[in-house]
Ligand binder design. Structure first.
Ligand code: ADP
Ligand code: GLC
Length: 474
């Protein structure tokens, strides 16, 4: 089975969030179940620098405003197709934002070009290789289903994975021409969305199959609360939508071999990692529960609720350590909170430090308002760092709540709360403090957590089955 993955990020080459972790991990996971996945990515400076033995396989005279070359090669163990188009991707900053922190004004065209090249490879092949399935991720790949039939690729099946429906790739109808869209398809059955253009809507309407990154989020997407204007579209496509849970990279996140930490194999071994983290953050070497957060700072993640409940956590003898960046107001509020000696805050993005945080914490907090899947709660499970999470999306699907029933059966791995309010979070933190004080119960939860499967095994099979069903419907 040959599949072309189309995404705007891929770890470890370029990452702003979990999307990159997923697109970076899937090819190796799928290889084990007989799927050959190649990954198409924009040629950002970091990708170009990592590409080894590049070979030109196609030239575009005019790819959305300039000449471009499609390169095949390898980078970080990945089988890559890279779009070398300096006019679109040869820029500093993140994949989406310039150094001034603002969206590039031509983002719709930059990612339409990604979808265009994806469709081109699907229709015509590249370097003698042609996929049977074109698998796009999020709005950046959405227009692939508009372009593919026009290029003669109607025999290739399409899958679109929704990692976050909050990002719709919306723009105004005046860009129809520059986005190379067929004007006759500006209607509700195609890429029209509330009077504008949406790349995500195009893909949601056009793809043969849709997936999202957890079963609970798949159900939530049908509701106005979580569908964010797309819930009608999602109900329309309900029969073609599957929730396939993300896994984590079990090699990168292995407490027994993690080079970033004092390695450990059981809950008792965590003590050294905790002491090291407290020392690194100049936190008192106290015995109370050390809660950690590793997160983008955005409304989605509910971190404002943590600020509201901080006094209660500290009163209960807890400590808080935060690593994150994003919304300047949240960054500032957390910096202020760090005046308390039991609170430590690092604003920034630091992969190695994120491992030391998750290894050294007793608890990982993920109070998201919505969370399509979430990866950090799974890192927490693997490291015996008990997740305290909102009961939503993938957080609901990956954590077994320490309810009376869960505790009685000895299967609990974490604590879930609902609704996503400061009052409910406070209640969850108080439950956590009580359980933490009961050393036997806590240790049992840590053992359960560390044994909980968080790898890609099952989900890789689910993707392989989906590709097989699409290409051979009999
Ligand atoms: P999202 O994609 O919505 O941000 P996920 O939980 O799926 O949420 O993925 C976030 C990824 O980014 C995880 O791998 C997490 O460890 C990482 N991450 C987030 N913030 C930071 C940070 N400040 N430093 C290092 N890694 C981070
Ligand atoms: C998005 C979601 C996150 C998910 C990630 C990878 O960024 O916000 O919940 O884990 O994609 O699928």
């Amino acid at each position: 089975m040959r599949v072309l993955s189309v995404a705007s990020e891929i770890a470890p080459l370029v990452k702003t969030g979990g999307l990159a972790d997923v697109t970076g991990a899937l090819p190796a996971a799928l290889a084990k179940v007989g799927v050959h996945m190649r990954s198409l990515v924009p040629g950002y400076p970091a990708v170009m620098a990592a590409l080894s033995e590049p070979e030109a396989v196609h030239a575009f005279d005019d790819l959305f405003g300039g000449a471009a070359v499609l390169l095949q090669g390898r980078g970080a163990g990945l089988d890559l197709l890279v779009i070398d188009a300096p006019h679109l991707y040869g820029r500093p900053g993140t994949p989406y934002l310039g150094p001034d922190g603002r969206d590039w004004p031509d983002n719709p065209e930059r990612f339409a070009a990604l979808a265009w090249v994806g469709a081109h490879v699907a229709a015509h092949g590249a370097g003698g290789w042609r996929p049977q399935v074109l698998h796009g991720h999020d709005w950046q790949a959405g227009f692939m289903t508009e372009y593919l039939p026009r290029m003669g690729g109607a025999d290739v099946r399409t899958v679109l994975t929704i990692h976050n429906i909050a990002f719709t790739g919306a723009t105004d109808p005046g860009r129809m021409h520059s986005l190379r869209l067929d004007p006759w398809r500006f209607h509700t059955e195609a890429y029209e969305f509330w009077g504008g253009i949406s790349a995500l809507k195009a893909g949601l309407m056009g793809a043969d199959a849709l997936t999202t990154v957890s079963p609970s989020y798949a159900a939530e997407l049908m509701t106005p609360e979580f569908g964010m204007g797309m819930d009608g579209v999602m109900r329309h496509r309900q029969a073609d939508l599957t929730g396939i849970l993300n896994g984590i990279d079990e090699q990168a996140w292995d407490p027994a071999t993690d080079p970033a930490i004092v390695a450990f194999t059981d809950p008792a071994g965590k003590a050294a990692a905790k002491a090291a983290l407290q020392a690194e953050l100049c936190l008192p070497q106290a015995d109370g529960p050390l809660c950690v957060i590793v997160s983008r700072m955005s409304h989605q993640k509910g971190l404002d609720l943590v600020l509201g409940t901080l006094p209660a956590l500290l009163d209960a003898g807890g400590q808080l350590a935060v690593l994150g960046s994003g919304d300047p107001e949240l960054e500032q509020a957390f910096r202020q909170a760090a005046v308390d000696p039991n609170v430590a805050v690092r604003i920034g993005y630091d992969e190695a430090f994120s491992h030391r945080m998750i290894a050294g914490g007793d608890v990982i907090l993920v109070p998201s308002r919505f969370e399509p899947c979430g990866l950090t709660q799974m890192y927490g499970l693997r490291y015996g760092t008990i997740p305290v999470v909102a009961l939503t999306g993938g957080l609901a699907d990956t954590v077994i709540n320490a309810s009376p029933a869960g505790l009685a059966r000895g299967v609990a791995t974490g604590i879930q709360f609902a609704p996503v309010t400061a009052v409910a979070l406070r209640g969850a933190l108080m439950r956590m403090a009580t359980l933490y004080a009961d050393r036997d119960t806590w240790s049992q939860m840590q053992v359960n957590a560390m044994a909980h499967p968080v790898g890609w095994g099952q989900s890789a099979c689910a993707y392989a089955d989906l590709y097989a069903r699409l290409t051979d419907p009999s």
